[in-house]
Design a protein. Structure first.
Length: 276
């Protein structure tokens, strides 16, 4: 694992140095709303998968847009995930939808496009902006490319995360639902290394966001209602599958179906469930 991390950081350093030679960001430049940050997003789950993440901060407007998508056509054919380990082997519904996470500090809201296994709809899920309790009291530093990074840690919805951020780029937004650090996150991963975000390029904005927002969502829904609906749909389908399987077996045959009641994916425990 350590060798893998070192190799990834070495490759990242080479890529960043190359990009920074032409587009070095200064603190004043980063406030001009002209930059986009690209990440490689690694899902090191049952079926390893990598995606491309694009963060576009709008600091003047106190908001950011983040997108996750397959790298190319080959990866689109292989992309059967819905941010869940079970969904990497069983997916019925829309595939290859660009995932979006929109953060707005003015409204204190976060909106995300989501899908449900066995459901063809696309949901726009709105939630109060999560409060991330970052621990910045770490003496560790790490040089990534030409940027000196500091270490920060946090627990978010059941997973412990480690982030390496640089104060040289005062962008408080990060990939996915992460935000609130005093500088841009260049490398971030959960403690198990199942989920990882590594910056690969920092450039002036080139992406036309209209092309990333062509898919229309079907349903507006709050986070708590969405989580309940997702689990209800999945459990109902799995129970029906189990009953159908039983009905086709000879009398006395024992049928065992793992319904994967244990929650998977990046979010394991939500705020309203964290009672202890």
């Amino acid at each position: 694992m350590k060798i893998k991390i070192l190799i990834a950081l070495l490759l990242l350093s080479i890529q960043l140095i190359s990009a920074q030679n032409s587009d070095k960001i200064s603190p004043s430049d980063s406030l001009s709303n002209q930059y986009q940050i690209e990440y490689t997003v690694n899902f090191n789950t049952y079926i390893p998968l990598s995606k491309k993440g694009i963060l576009i901060p709008y600091l003047k407007e106190n908001k950011s847009n983040y997108y996750e998508m397959p790298f190319d056509e080959d990866s689109i054919q292989k992309d059967d995930t819905n941010d869940s380990e079970i969904n990497e082997t069983i997916v019925i519904g829309k595939k290859n939808v660009i995932k979006r996470n929109f953060v707005n500090l003015n409204t204190n809201k976060l909106s995300s496009t989501e899908n449900i296994t066995f459901d063809s709809k696309t949901y726009l899920v709105t939630e109060a902006l999560p409060k991330l309790d970052w621990d910045l009291n770490h003496p560790d530093t790490l040089k990534i490319g030409t940027y000196m990074c500091n270490k920060a840690t946090t627990n978010f919805r059941g997973r412990n995360y480690i982030a390496w951020y640089t104060n040289d780029i005062p962008i408080t937004f990060g990939p996915w639902k992460f935000h609130g650090l005093p500088g841009l996150i260049l490398d971030m991963y959960d403690q198990t290394h199942k989920y990882e975000w590594i910056v690969t390029k920092i450039t002036k904005k080139t992406i036309n966001e209209k092309t990333l927002n062509q898919d229309k969502h079907d349903v507006n829904i709050g986070l708590k209602a969405f989580v309940a609906l997702r689990e209800e749909v999945f459990n109902t389908k799995m129970n029906n599958f189990k009953n159908n399987l039983k009905s086709r077996q000879d009398r006395g045959t024992n049928v065992s179906v793992d319904t994967f009641n244990k929650r998977q994916g990046r979010e394991l425990l939500f705020e309203w469930e964290d009672k202890k």
